[in-house]
Design a protein around this ligand. Structure first.
Ligand SMILES: [Cu+2]
Length: 333
């Protein structure tokens, strides 16, 4: 799309220029054919991170490993055939809008499978409410809100009503801030001891979490209402009736900015003075926790002993989906 656009701008061609017989909608198709899958590229790695963090800190095997794995593949495939849901008001034909509406709504199924699998993993577990787990749970809650507004936006009549309004901005931030950013932090708190050999401080970590959750909801929740009231995206000035809600958003963004301070302080302080982590501070069962922290070059001096079999967290056993799923490293215990 960029190359064709450059030809239009520099060489005087008319791929997208209607005065020369081109079609600007083709540019939109090419743009969204890339840009919808792009947001899945941003979120899918964190589905993986969360699937590691939640079982370890719930001290239970993950519920429905295969369902989680196959739903990732389903989301990856469906993500390729939904791009025109961004173009419901651009004059694409009705049958096309129907197809993209239904395809988009179907994505809620594999995504819901993941959400319920994560909840079932936590259910009955001995949950450690440390910073990594708090961010993982914040991820699930926030992502569900973003997912629900996503299903709403998939519906053609609703989308026509809120197209190009702040409702879309709110949805985007609940999935990508609530998803990717909280996912980054969950993974960071989880693997920091492995990467650096030292523990992060839990007080600063939890303060970071609370400020992030308050800041993100204060910044992005009012945008749903602003969108429903008709406030457009990408405008420099707005109707005075939108002022109050916008000010809440602004103060929320200040809290969000401040929330990174405890994180930065924590990382610097803990990297130098933090408690020594040891090989496996979480009693996790995957391979990376069997080597020292930080891992030595080549990771293992001798080949670790691997055993395929049921997990043993010393607590209840979930017999449904453990045996054949994963090669579990148990030599350290
Ligand atoms: Cu999309």
């Amino acid at each position: 799309a960029l190359i064709l656009l450059s030809f239009d701008l520099i060489a005087g061609t008319s791929f997208f220029n209607p005065t020369g017989g081109g079609d600007p909608i083709v540019y939109q198709h090419m743009f969204w054919f890339y840009s919808h899958p792009a947001v899945y590229i941003m979120i899918l790695p964190f589905f993986g991170v969360i699937s590691e963090v939640i079982p370890v800190h719930s001290r239970k095997p993950i519920f429905g490993y295969q369902a989680i794995a196959y739903s990732s593949l389903a989301i990856s495939f469906l993500g390729l055939i939904v791009w025109a849901h961004h173009m419901f008001t651009s004059g694409v034909p009705d049958w096309l809008r129907m197809f993209f509406m239904i395809a988009t709504m179907i994505i809620a199924v594999p995504t819901g499978i993941k959400i319920f699998s994560w909840l079932a993993t936590m259910w009955g577990g001995k949950i450690r409410l440390n910073s990594a787990m708090l961010f993982a749970m914040g991820f699930v809650g926030t992502f569900v809100i973003g997912g629900i507004s996503g299903v709403m936006l998939a519906s053609v009549p609703f989308d026509i009503h809120v197209h190009d309004t702040y409702f879309v901005v709110a949805h985007l931030h609940y999935v990508l801030f609530g998803g990717a950013v909280l996912g980054i932090f969950a993974g960071y708190y989880h693997w920091f001891p492995k990467i650096t050999g030292r523990m992060l401080n839990e007080f600063w970590g939890r303060l970071h979490f609370v400020l992030t959750i308050v800041g993100l909801n204060m910044t992005f929740l009012p945008m749903h209402k602003l969108g429903l009231m008709g406030m457009n995206r990408r405008i420099a000035q707005y109707d005075p009736k939108f002022t109050d809600l916008n000010q809440i958003c602004t103060y929320g963004s200040y809290i969000l900015a401040i929330s990174t301070l405890p994180f930065i302080i924590n990382v610097i302080w803990s990297w130098i003075f933090g408690m020594k982590a040891g090989n496996n501070p979480w009693q996790a069962l995957t391979l990376e926790w069997m080597t020292n922290s930080p891992p030595a070059i080549e990771n293992f001096e001798e080949q670790p002993v691997l055993k395929t079999g049921p997990y043993d967290y010393g607590a209840e056993k979930n017999s449904a989906n453990m045996s054949e799923i994963e090669t579990v490293a148990r030599a350290s215990s």
